[in-house]
Design a binder for this molecule. Sequence first.
Ligand code: ADP
Ligand code: MG
Length: 397
Amino acid sequence: MFEEDKKNLLKLNNKIFPQIRHYQLIKKIGEGSYGKIYLAEDTKKNNLVALKIIDKTFLELLGKTEEAFIEQYMLINFKNKNIINLLSCFQTKQKLVFVIEYFQNGNFENYLKQIQSINGILSYETSKFYLAELLNILLFFQEKNIVHLDLKPGNILMDERLHLKIIDFATAKIIGKEYDLNTKKFVKNSKNNKLNNHKKIKLNNNNNLNLIGTIEYISPEMINGNIINYKSCDIWSFGIIMYELFHGYTPFKGKNNLDTIENIKNGKFYINEKLPFEVKDLIKKLLCYDQKERLGILDIKDIMNHNFFKGINFDNLFNEKVPENFKKSISDSEFFENKMSFHEELYTTDDTENENEDIVENLNIKKPNFIPNFSFGNDFCIVKFDKHISLQDNYYY
Ligand SMILES: Nc1ncnc2c1ncn2[C@@H]1O[C@H](COP(=O)(O)OP(=O)(O)O)[C@@H](O)[C@H]1O
Ligand SMILES: [Mg+2]
């Protein structure tokens, strides 16, 4: 089948059809659900590129042929400054190769991990900036009627100015259309936007749980297979990312994938009560269990108009400088020194503390192994996460 496709394969605007011999592989920089990503030198142009190399046999074995073509289709047809640029693609007998612009700053997941490893957390302003940039992408998706369906920090790259670039469109869809493997096009969905239960089947099959990568960003309706409008899934993932930026971890992470799935299905999550009101309010509205009530389901601009984004000029974000990255964490000794002066203001003993601890245990939600430092503008404030929670403000459906 791939051989038949060969002639039809898009050449993009390249005059010289690229071949694997034009590229010198340097090192592997990523491995995902079906592809391996290599840093390579384009020996003709003397520049660095990323090659996403997909083994055709493996692809067919996994039943993911369609995903590879969808990824190609999406990257060719939907260009945006916050979406990775596909430079060209070609195939060899055994492999499909996507040539993509290379970004040495890697993905957002590793960036967050680095910050978390020194007990840090992104500053309020930086989080706000990145979330606004992600919203611009969601608005673009809305305008084009597309959904990504796998939004997570591992699928977001950071460019040389630390702006965000979305990658990995393997699971993307055009709403109301379905991909036709024969014509390699999206065609009108005759079955009235029939839902694809692909993910659901995989999620219900325990044997496959480890194959599907991180599932912490998946919406309950995706797990339950009762999606009304796919857009709700991207909004949910966006909400999980927002939660993660302000807590240093995701809300439903369990001991293993099964636990995580149970936690998502259950829908309850813990939120740091010390966060500013507008942060908590928006997180709750995004992680609203009812997909029909989720903020943004009617219009992404409803999220943009939330108080949290006050002062953001969405149109100019890409040209702006990303605000200072993060507040470096302070050492334990500094923490205790500061604690004396901060104590009264920041810490109040809460009678419900132990009760809450129990609920967190029962929910199997992984508790953080670090103390995030929050910085809200100039007021540097330290929040010792697992001590100061109150029942009424903790769990949301
Ligand atoms: N253009 C690129 N530049 C730098 N790193 C990349 C690039 N594309 C992918 N990567 C790295 O490879 C990882 C997997 O890429 P992705 O396209 O998500 O593959 P998969 O579809 O297999 O998940 C990313 O998380 C990132 O770390
Ligand atoms: Mg990926």
